[in-house]
Design a protein around this ligand. Structure first.
Ligand code: GDP
Ligand code: GDP
Length: 459
């Protein structure tokens, strides 16, 4: 079966145990109203929070990301936490919070500097102390307070020093973040290097629970040629499973803590938002799986949104194609058009992981998406394309001035960024920007990757 001609490359054992380091995760916990969301917004600043509303899995949990200099991180804002809640929504929230805490690398425990220590703070503090995970005690709403005086009582919580901050006013937030990231002893990230020829493509398979991720991965990895490899211990080490196909090396990035069990891989967690986000961030290309029997759901759209936000190249595959009839197929196709309109650039496949149908062509799309994401676009060619586009259709006058587009250069890769230079570019409409994007996409064959076109005015 040519689709399954996978084999394990005989790398050294180090290769199998090597892991990539994922973005660290900061969980913000604390009782309601202490200012967690405000702090979350500070830490994720420019970017919108990804409201990962994974029905039945998370309630009121927000994921976002940010960076301090070059150090990047993911933040989870947990709902109000009552560790001992016995029932109802509070119990569910406590469960979600515990999961977020378990998946995080450092916990920021927020208390209210003005309200003082409460019984709930003690409960949360006790819970966190037992975890033995790096934990920062942060007293919020501390603007205008004399340091020391009111904060000493928080030492009762037995979590060491109290950092006064004001999330609302941005005071102390930076040094808090510094402390949080320092607690992880992160190495400075390496410079973004141009990918080496024939470097492995890092691939993440993303999708909500039960879409068929494990089935697909096991089909891919084949039953017969598995090599034993050790699994890393910490949350930030992701195992990557290396394999090769048609001369192209791949590294599959784990999204759920894959463990080998006998002849097959098994996810140790059924679904992990954090691991999904981290894997997407660490990948070059994401294969987004959608369930044909369900169509595109809100959760699918959220994951797709995150992939886009991360700027990753993407291939969309509708799985379980074997068990839908013509009518359902029509519905699925329509739901993709209406619910994932922002993914039009991605190639679409209809597959059956279980019946091993349609899997071969995925590889071509994955490779193509990766090539597009790392395409080099020389300035003269970009500029020529830009001027042609303007000649074909000039931007509209806006106010006193007509935007003057002069030249374009490539501002980045993975995802590709094209920076257009000129004058009065503030007046360029979104529609016109999309028009340019379309022209560039077509000319450079940028299939499967997001593309950003930015305007940079000389004045
Ligand atoms: P959460 O329930 O813990 O997420 O708390 P919120 O972020 O929703 O904040 C609760 C309330 O505290 C809101 O009214 C905020 O405006 C207020 N708040 C948040 N941060 C600060 C701060 O640094 N200083 C003051 N004075 N109020 C704050
Ligand atoms: P995951 O949670 O995304 O890893 O999903 P699984 O791989 O565990 O699959 C969930 C269920 O869907 C299992 O019962 C699979 O047997 C089934 N499944 C997976 N792929 C297909 C497929 O292509 N066709 C059909 N009919 N069922 C599938």
């Amino acid at each position: 079966d040519p689709i399954h001609r996978f084999y394990w490359v005989p790398h050294s054992i180090e290769h199998y145990t090597r892991s990539i380091v994922m973005k660290p995760v900061i969980a913000i916990v604390g009782r309601p109203n202490v200012g967690k969301s405000t702090l979350f917004n500070r830490l994720t600043k420019s970017r919108d929070a990804i409201v990962a509303d994974f029905a039945g899995l998370t309630r009121d949990r927000h994921y976002g990301q940010g960076h301090l200099g070059k150090r990047e991180y993911i933040v989870i804002d947990t709902g109000g936490f009552e560790p001992d809640a016995e029932s109802g929504i509070f119990k569910e929230m406590a469960k979600q919070t515990r999961q977020a805490v378990a998946e995080s690398d450092v916990v920021v425990f927020v208390v209210d500097a003005r309200a003082g220590v409460s019984a709930q703070d003690h409960d949360i503090g006790n819970y966190l102390r037992r975890l033995g995970k790096p934990c920062l005690l942060v007293a919020n709403k501390a603007e205008g307070m004399r340091e020391g005086a009111q904060l000493v009582e928080f030492y009762e919580l037995g979590l060491g020093d109290v950092l006064p901050v004001s999330a609302a006013h941005g005071q102390g937030v930076r040094s808090m973040l510094d402390a949080a990231l320092d607690a992880l002893h992160l190495a400075e990230p390496e410079e973004d290097e141009t990918p080496a020829e024939n470097a492995a493509i890092r691939l993440a398979v993303a999708g909500r629970p039960n879409v068929g991720k494990s089935t697909l991965i096991n089909t891919w990895l084949g039953e017969e040629r598995l090599v034993a490899f050790d699994m890393p211990g910490t949350t930030r080490d992701a195992i990557t499973v290396p394999f090769e196909r048609a001369g192209q090396k791949f590294e599959l990035i784990d999204t759920a803590g894959l463990r080998r069990k006998g002849k097959v891989f098994e996810a140790i967690e059924k679904f992990s938002v954090v691991k999904t986000l981290q894997a997407i961030e660490s990948s070059n290309v994401v294969l987004l799986l959608v369930d044909a029997t369900q169509g595109v759901t809100d959760q699918d759209a959220h994951i797709a949104g995150f992939i886009l936000e991360a700027g990753r190249a993407v291939v969309v595959a509708v799985n379980k194609w074997d068990c839908v009839d013509a009518y359902q197929r029509e519905l699925v196709q329509r739901s993709i058009e209406t619910r994932l309109p922002f993914m039009k650039f991605a190639e679409l496949h209809f597959i059956s992981a279980k019946k091993r149908q349609g899997l071969g062509p995925l590889w071509g799309s994955i490779a193509k998406a990766h090539q597009a994401a790392t395409r080099k676009m020389p300035t003269p060619q970009l500029t020529r394309l830009l001027l042609e586009a303007v000649q074909f259709q000039a931007p509209k006058r806006s106010g006193m001035f007509r935007p003057k587009l002069r030249y374009a250069h490539q501002g980045g890769m993975n995802p590709p960024v094209i920076v257009v230079h000129g004058n009065s570019l503030e007046g360029v409409t979104d529609a016109y920007r999309r028009y340019l994007e379309g022209r560039f996409r077509k000319a450079f064959d940028l299939i499967g990757t997001p593309l950003r076109v930015e305007m940079k005015s000389a004045r």
